[in-house]
Design a protein around this ligand. Structure first.
Ligand SMILES: N[C@@H](CCC(=O)N[C@@H](CS)C(=O)NCC(=O)O)C(=O)O
Length: 207
């Protein structure tokens, strides 16, 4: 089975890319550029009418939303062990991914994507100014929640999701170095060979 991932470098789609690489999946990439508005072009809207990345083309159809793409990848290539089999641990992974997608990522979007919520330039500026505080609160919560090396009792796709969002913290005015457990987890994820390969590819495409 071959799948195709639609992605923009450095975005949350990086988590799905890293998961495919970790899983040893056979996949193709379709890179898009926000700068060229390729995510709102008709051919991409036919893939994902939400005009967001990631979108994953699978033999069953298109899948979007990072918690769903990550879990599907993990459970489609179970031998990679990317999702806990224990129900409690799996629920903890979903809990983390749901929080990352619905709260942390949304707070981050208030910096650059304020036009989703208001067309008032002053209101957009005011929302962006809150990002260091709201993302700082999320980082503090995550720091307090981390007990072991990983979010669950072993590495999982939830760690990939957290790693990608942790990469945005410095740019959001929240020094990752101020959160030692989060920082260490992020470094552990980045040191995995599959993740390092994928991160290098994104760095090349970001240039
Ligand atoms: N809930 C979605 C959010 C996806 C999303 O917002 N991706 C951003 C990139 S990090 C995007 O495509 N933004 C384009 C835009 O806002 O126009 C997920 O978790 O996958």
């Amino acid at each position: 089975m071959t799948v195709k991932l639609y992605l923009v470098p450095g975005t949350v789609a990086l988590a799905s890319h890293a998961a495919l690489e970790e899983a040893g999946a056979d996949y193709d990439l379709h890179w898009l550029r926000f700068s060229k508005n390729e995510h709102v072009a008709p051919d991409y809207l036919a893939i994902n009418p939400k005009a967001r990345v990631p979108a994953l083309e699978t033999p069953h159809g298109i899948l979007t939303e990072t918690p769903a793409t990550l879990e599907w990848i993990a459970t489609t290539w179970p031998e990679a062990g990317l999702m806990p089999s224990d129900p409690w641990q799996a629920a903890r992974a979903r809990e983390a991914m749901s929080y990352l997608a619905s709260t942390v990522h949304v707070n981050h979007a208030h910096k650059m994507r304020g036009s989703r919520w208001t067309q008032d330039a002053a209101a957009q500026k005011a929302m962006a100014a809150e990002v260091p505080r709201t993302m700082g609160e999320c980082a503090a919560y995550l720091e307090s929640r981390l007990e072991d090396d990983w979010i669950c009792d072993a590495f999982s796709v939830a760690d990939l999701h957290l790693w990608v969002i942790s990469r945005w913290l410095d740019g959001d005015g929240v020094p990752l170095a101020d959160y030692p457990k989060l920082h260490a987890l992020s470094d552990r994820v980045a040191a995995r060979p599959a993740v390092a390969r994928v991160a290098a590819e994104h760095a090349r495409h970001e240039r």
